[in-house]
Design a protein around this ligand. Structure first.
Ligand SMILES: [Fe+2]
Ligand SMILES: [Fe+2]
Length: 135
């Protein structure tokens, strides 16, 4: 069995089920890319990371922004900008993904993983703190 890049730890659960499920799915997708790579399925890894995962990131950001808007979160604009920057950096990875330089691809995957985990633990946590304080 392929070793997982990361196991979704309890501390990354924010307490809002729909959002938590999306975060879990994102981490699963990163693990899945890593697994495909480890099995030597380069083309599948390429398409999975560059399309499936990338599209799901966008979907998640949209859902999360809708949620923040629905609770009147004052940090919405700032959070949206952070999402936009990540989407841009993901788009900039396209040549790396297409040309498939394995070392560069692995670095991109690892960077995306680090970014997503740190974003959940720091930036996403802030709107949850606000949400809880409003209840
Ligand atoms: Fe998120
Ligand atoms: Fe976010």
């Amino acid at each position: 069995m392929t070793k997982k890049l990361f196991d979704f730890d309890l501390e990354f659960k924010l307490g809002i089920e729909a959002i938590d499920n999306e975060h879990i799915k994102l981490v699963d997708m990163l693990n899945q890319t890593h697994a495909l790579l480890s099995e030597g399925k380069k083309d599948e890894a390429r398409v999975y990371f560059g399309q499936t995962l990338s599209e799901y990131v966008n979907e998640h950001f949209t859902n999360e922004e809708k949620f923040m808007e629905s609770i009147g979160y004052p940090g919405l604009d700032e959070h949206k900008k952070i999402h936009e920057n990540f989407k841009k950096s993901f788009q900039e990875l396209a040549p790396t993904i297409d040309s498939f330089d394995e070392a560069a691809f692995r670095k991109a995957l690892s960077d995306a993983f680090t970014w997503i985990i740190s974003h959940i633990g720091k930036t996403d946590k802030k709107y949850v703190t606000f949400y809880v304080s409003q209840k």
